[in-house]
Structures are given as C-alpha cells and as structure tokens.
Design a protein around this ligand. Structure first.
Ligand SMILES: *Cc1c(COP(=O)(O)O)cnc(C)c1O
Length: 418
C-alpha cells in the first residue's frame, strides 16, 4: 500500500477506505499484484533447468488465492487432507500437489494416495507401514538436517529436538526400510522453519541433502522447503532471495551434473508469497486515555489476527483515515476479554474514534488462524485485482456461529415448558 499525496492506495489506485466503506470492518484485503510480484521474483532468482514453486497454502487458504497461484504456474504444498481437497477443488492437478503432513494417521495418508498427490513422509514408523501398504507408490522423504534456524522457537522446526522430519542420523534405518519394502524414493525434502535470514543456512542444509541424495538412484526432485523472511518493519532485514538464488543454483547445478540427471529444485513458500499482499483493516471503537497510556481499542482482536499475541509478531499499524496528522504514541488493543494487545507504544498519526487502522503484512497466517472466539464473526475477505475489488469471502453471520451446534432435546424441552 503506497502513500500518495497524503492518501493510501492499493495497486491499480484502489482506495482502501472505499473498501472499508463498501464491505465494512474488520476486513482482510489482498492485492494480487504483490502476490504476482513475489512469485516472479522467486522464479527469476533461481537459474536451474527445472524449478518448481509450490505455494504453501496454509498461509492463506482462500480458494481464489489458490487459483491465482495455479494461474501463475505454481504447484501446491499441503499439510492436511483438507488442504489436498481444497487444492483439487481449486483446479490443481494431483501431481502438482505435495502432501507434507506431520503426525497424521496412515489412514489419512492413504486418502491422499487415493487422490494421486505426491506424498512426503516424515517418520520411520509411517515409512515402514507405508512401504508395506503401498509398495508401488513413490514417496518423498522429509529429512531433518538439524540446522538451527528461524526467528522464534515456536516456528523453528529443523533443530535437534524438533518433531519434524526424519533425522539425518537415521538415514541407515531409512535405507533398510527402502530395501526391505522396495519402496521408490522420488524426492528428498527439508523445511527448517520460518524467518531464516541467511543464505548460508540453506546452503548447509542443501549440502546435507545432496550427500543423502547419493543413496537414492531414482530421485526426481529435491525440495528445500521455505522459511524466507519478509520485511515486517520499514528497513527490516529479510532473506536476500537473489543472493540465495545465485548461490544455491550454482550448487544445485553442480550436484545435478554429479548425480547424472537434472532434478527439479522445489521451494514451498507461504509467507514470502502472500504476507506483504495482505492488509487487515479495523475500525477504532474507542480512544481511551488512562493515567499511563493512550489505548486505541479496535473492533477486532486476537480472534481475527493472533500473530502479535501468539508469536510476539510485529505488524506495522497505520492510520489510513488520518494519515497526514501529527503522530502520537498509542497502545493498540482489541475487544477480546483477555490480554489482547496488537502493539505497544506505537507511533501512529493521531487516532480519532471511527478511524480505520491498517495492519500490514496481513496476508500470511492471519485469516487462516482466525477463530470465532467470543462468538465473533470472522471477517470478510476482498481480493484486489487490476483495479477491481472482488468479495472472496462474505462476513460470517449468526447462522455460521450456530451452524454445527446441535440442540439437546432435554434442554430445549425445559425452555419450552417454562
Ligand atoms: C508452513 C510450511 C511452509 C511455509 O512456510 P513459510 O514460512 O510460510 O514460507 C513450507 N513447507 C512446509 C512443510 C510447511 O509446513
């Protein structure tokens, strides 16, 4: 979102305040031009014969966003059978979907096999059972290379204590299972966590996968997962994709020459593709001056955007309905009956009751983590594309809150009797 002549505008000149007016707040708004920009940036950064970008859809699962990425030529990274179904519904062909679950039942994995998607296995016990039940279905193996990375211990998944992947030290055991079951290994995978800052981290993980790859003669692809950091604050450090692309491409091409075949290089970013494309607009219900603080209280809370409370994540907050005013210091809070703080001591241009605040970087892990806590409705979602706005999810209603609730007869009888 750009500030031009004192007014914020989305791509194509779309006015976010008009969207807030038309669809009401709180509201999620996604800018397709930014998703495209990020996709193409990634595509351009890697110079290998076969590059595949699989959008990790848990970041933002609106089916229109999935379709947008399919149109760009993306594949899909899924972590549940429901995301597999959603991907198929969005029109992805099964072979363009990879299913990377963690701690799910063999039964659920069987359902993914039935749909013909690529299967990524992340533990020895399941690999053994899978090889026994589906000896003719090729698999990818999720390796934990034990490199420590990531912005917070909650989102770092590659370290030694992590529940993700099969430890690289257990490779002999993997090979015994492969031998015994005759299962085909078509891919190797790692995903070391989110918010990785350093190309060196990827390269260290890559070397570990390249070494492991020599144990398997029929590989089709190596999947390096994701974890690219995007800027959340102005001048924030972020993963230098171009630098990573150059270094990893060179190593990958050398590996392929050595391996004797051109494999596909796969990445599966979520945050990188959608974080900056999303904005969350919320209205200021109250400005509350206490003896120590000025609070701006919004018509939203951790039920709609939980990352600040859950991960201590920083989301830039701007006052888009009063952008030219003098900045003051605010603590921005929600209406949920718990500690519900979006940001402490933020410098924001003067906030009046009724103003519209915008949370930036609200594309990834924002709507997809929203809930109905406090029996609030989840917000509407709007996609801005080529200067037009499209409602891609309507705001919930009381019907949605009650949809799956069953009324126990003995309780309704009492109500009727009284
Ligand atoms: C969540 C996830 C991703 C995406 O991570 P980002 O940090 O959003 O890029 C990729 N791969 C797997 C297996 C995941 O679970």
């Amino acid at each position: 979102m750009e500030l031009n002549n004192g007014q914020y505008a989305l791509s194509g000149g779309v006015d976010p305040l008009q969207l807030a007016e038309r669809y009401d707040c709180p509201l999620y708004v996604y800018d397709s031009a930014i998703m495209q920009r990020q996709y193409h940036r990634l595509q351009k950064a890697f110079k290998v014969k076969k590059l595949k970008i699989n959008y990790a859809c848990k970041a933002l699962t609106n089916i229109n966003v999935l379709r947008l990425f399919r149109q760009l030529g993306s594949g899909l990274d899924t972590v549940s059978i429901q995301e597999v179904w959603l991907g198929l519904q969005a029109g992805f062909s099964p072979q363009d979907i990879i299913y990377t679950p963690n701690c799910v039942s063999l039964e659920e994995i069987g359902m993914a096999v039935e749909k013909g998607v690529k299967i990524n296995i992340d533990n020895l016990s399941i690999l053994e059972q899978f090889g026994h039940d589906f000896p003719n279905v090729p698999v990818c193996i999720r390796v934990n290379p034990h490199i420590m990375a990531g912005g917070s211990s909650k989102i770092s998944v590659g370290h030694i204590d992590s529940k993700f992947g099969i430890s690289i030290h257990q490779m002999p055991h993997v090979l015994r299972i492969v031998e015994a079951t005759g299962i085909q290994v078509e891919g190797l995978h790692m995903h070391t966590g989110s918010d990785i800052l350093d190309a060196e981290v990827f390269l260290r993980g890559a070397e570990i996968l390249f070494n492991a790859a020599h144990h398997f003669s029929n590989l089709e692809y190596i999947d390096f997962g994701s974890g690219f950091k995007v800027p959340y604050k102005p001048n924030d450090i972020s993963t230098d994709i171009e630098d990573l692309g150059e270094k990893l491409s060179e190593r990958f091409n050398a590996f392929c020459a050595d391996y004797g075949r051109d494999l596909s290089l796969i990445f599966e970013p979520g945050k990188f593709l959608v974080s900056e494309a999303g904005y969350f607009l919320a209205k200021v219900n109250v400005v509350k001056q206490t003896t120590s603080n000025v609070f701006a209280g919004l018509d939203s809370g951790l039920n709609h955007l939980i990352r600040p409370m859950f991960y201590d994540a920083y989301h830039r907050i701007t006052n888009i309905s009063n952008p030219a005013a003098k900045p003051r210091i605010y603590t921005v809070v929600g209406y949920i009956c718990e500690t519900d703080t979006f940001g402490v001591n933020r410098k924001i241009s003067e906030i009046r009751e009724g103003d519209i605040l915008c949370f930036h970087n609200a594309g990834a892990y924002c709507f997809s983590m929203a809930s109905n806590y406090n029996s609030r409705f989840r917000p509407a979602e709007v996609l801005v594309h080529k200067g037009q706005d499209y409602l891609i999810r309507r705001r919930e209603t009381m019907e949605d809150i009650l949809r799956n609730q069953m009324e126990a007869e003995f309780l309704t009888e009492k109500i009727n009797a009284s």
